[in-house]
Design a protein around this ligand. Structure first.
Ligand code: AMP
Ligand code: MG
Length: 335
């Protein structure tokens, strides 16, 4: 059976993944760029990706016993993302496609988060709460487009968590450590009240914002609140805001499935909140395995598979990256 290869390189992660033509997933081999200090510099991340890509590809095919001639097509993230990082993925994809004589498929990274979630969980027509490093969007399908019906007006929620973590000396990615600290606080303070540590709740209509809560959280630590308590409050406030917009999206669209995607969807607390909210309104919450919440090549392969089934390929001359590609740029012709 043929394999669709997927290459992810929108930001911090370079990853090869795959999916068999029958929809069976092949786990990704990924490398995460962790800056020694400060945030992610696009050029440094791109250097990291190009340095590791050769060995990562070898690891992916040998670990999963994939003969190179079994690869039917090469899908890659065409956007949105950091230009220098996207360019590495696109170049690797073009050269593999040329060498193997197999077609290229440029895919929309945000849509790939939806399609891997649908494949893995079996949900049909969800509202997607896409919570990742650079993106925070609430998305729903309307005809042949995935429409963005709410999104952050400033930074992504993961970016906010990572930046807060960085101010406290916690290296990238900060989200998992914040979750750990918040859990510790909750365990040792079972009757903790948010009234004691209120943070801004950034919702405007269907849109969200996170830069205010970031500044306020840093201030709370300076004011003497413990880091664990601030992490707990930060999660409670920022996740509730996302879940509130997601609930409104379910109400407006009349859909009854909520799908979580993006790296922040690895967090058990946001999963709990999603489940509770959905149960309250007779809906169902879904999320893929953690390896498929964070950026990964497998999700790129899965979207590539769906596009190829409908004969959508990308010609070499059309394979330029698009750092500001939008979720609703992609025409969705598959079920
Ligand atoms: P992505 O951009 O989709 O690959 O996701 C990366 C983002 O997910 C980073 O901002 C991480 O800090 C965040 N992240 C990963 N795991 C967790 C977690 N358990 N809780 C909160 N954020 C997380
Ligand atoms: Mg992503």
């Amino acid at each position: 059976m043929g394999v669709i290869l997927g290459i992810e390189s929108t930001a911090h992660t370079f990853s090869f993944g795959g999916v068999y033509t029958n929809g069976k997933t092949i786990p990704s081999s990924s490398a995460l760029f962790r800056p020694e200090q400060g945030g992610i510099h696009p050029r440094e991340a791109a250097d990291h990706h190009s340095l590791l890509s050769g060995n990562l590809f070898k690891e992916f095919i040998s670990k999963n016993h994939i003969p190179v001639n079994q690869i039917d097509a090469i899908a890659f993230s065409q956007g949105p993302g950091l230009g220098p990082c996207l360019r590495v993925g696109a170049s690797v994809a073009r050269s593999l496609s040329d060498k193997m004589g197999k077609p290229l498929v440029g895919v929309n990274h945000c849509v790939a988060h939806i399609e891997i979630g649908r494949l893995q969980t079996g949900c049909q027509d969800p509202v997607l709460l896409y919570v990742s490093g650079g993106n925070t969007q609430v998305i729903a399908r309307n005809g042949s487009r995935y429409r963005v019906i709410g999104e952050t007006l400033d930074i992504g929620i993961g970016n906010m968590l990572d930046k807060f973590a960085r101010t406290q000396g916690i290296p990238f990615p900060g989200g998992p450590k914040i979750e750990k600290l918040a859990n510790e606080w909750e365990k040792s303070n079972p009757s903790a009240s948010l009234d004691e540590i209120i943070l801004p709740y950034g919702i405007q209509g269907m849109d969200l914002s996170f830069s205010g809560i970031l500044t306020a959280a840093v201030q709370k630590v300076s004011d003497g609140h413990s880091l664990q308590e601030v992490c707990w409050s930060l999660q409670e406030h920022s996740f509730s805001a996302c879940i509130e917009v997601a609930e409104r999206a379910l109400a407006h669209t009349g859909k009854s499935e909520l799908l979580l995607g993006g790296g922040v969807a690895c967090n058990e607390r946001i999963r709990d909140m999603a489940k509770l909210m959905c149960e309250d309104r007779g809906a169902t919450a879904f999320w893929p395995e953690k390896q498929y919440c964070v950026d990964n090549g497998t999700m790129i392969a899965e979207l590539g598979r769906k596009m190829l089934k409908h004969n959508i390929y990308t010609k070499l001359e059309d394979s330029a990256i698009d750092p500001s590609m939008r979720t609703d740029h992609a025409e969705v012709v598959w079920d």
